[in-house]
Write a protein that binds this ligand. Sequence first.
Ligand SMILES: [Zn+2]
Length: 430
Amino acid sequence: MSNTEIQISKFLSLVLRHKPETIGIQLNPNGWADVDDLLEKSNSYGMKFDKETLIHIVETNPKKRFAFNDGLDKIRAVQGHSIDIELGYTSQKPPEILYHGTGKKSVQSILDMGLERRSRQHVHLSSDIDTAVMVGRRHGEPFVFKVHAEEMYNDKFEFFLADNGVWLTETVPVQYLEKAQHGKVSEIENDVQDKNSFAWRELCAYVEKVAEEGADEFSPLEALGDEIFSQIYTLPETISKLKKVKKIWLYGSSLKRIPPEIGEMESLEYFDPYTSYDLHWFPYEITNCKKLKDSRVSTRALFGNYKFRMRFPSLEHNPVRYTGQTVKCSVCKKEISYEETNQLWISINVGTDVLPLLVNLCSKECEDRLPKPPQGYLPYPHKGGADLKQPSYEEWAKANERIYTNKELKKFRKEAKHKLYNVIQKIWDE
Ligand SMILES: [Zn+2]
């Protein structure tokens, strides 16, 4: 690099990293400056160079200090960026709630890790839900998180309001996140599986094989491979033949539903559809698996989950249909038509989890025979829908507090005893 180029380079560091106001340019929240604006204002400031020189400097800079966007109309400093951007904004108190839009694909990792800035300088939040939905659309099917910003602020997290109205913060830990409910309730999808597909035929053949062999494990991912298994959205009714199967492995599946025939798998002890994020509900018939004691379900994906209370789709106008023209009453097993059945949602303890279950009912008598949901959940079977008000997480926590504190108390007493013993021992030793 020539001396002039080094000089320009130092100048660029100044305005793109430290003091954009020196020449009156603005950086966006990601640190980008408009190239034409930069050239014009640098020239009138007395630092004369053109776009060609700028490109040359960016390309030949040994430390790769600067970068262009793809269109070559924006430029930013690569290093020391986060600090400099913060300099442009002063920390301020955010509104009570902010929103973050993302693609549905990222939801689970966000629920696991919280919102992190990753390659960006900040987590971007908006004050209205529509903007968040729009941002989410850039990443495929949109998903919106509600961020309890004021609570974070009270817990000493810093917030910055960018010129474009975007709120910025370093990170949002998962406890401040909530799935936003924006009046949209998902709909029941009935035709989930292409039953002429190769994947489906392979799966059906595998079910037959497991049934014939009387095997005690059902693990389609292992048997069919990832590519085929990823095209499976439900299981065939023939799973009713899997009388010997004790364990079902459905880890990481694309499954959207499980047929009621699972209730006929009388040996089932362990059920593992973990990280099957499209599996939002189960058929009530699963409660017929009397040996089922252990399960591993991604509970955050479930309708009515205690923490996020994802809304139940309405069964009023859009009932669930299984295969066939008729359906069996989930309680007395009487065969009824879809016109006759009363479909309801109910949350019940299954295995290790509370699962949202779909019930088909032939009569009021059968409805009365349904078990009572655990505390902290809607205490009665219901039709779902946008207007349904579920108990809050706080109500759930309150309802489950006694059990929790008793357990904790025992643990604390044990620890306290142990500590006391250590203290006495120490005094004794001295
Ligand atoms: Zn019945």
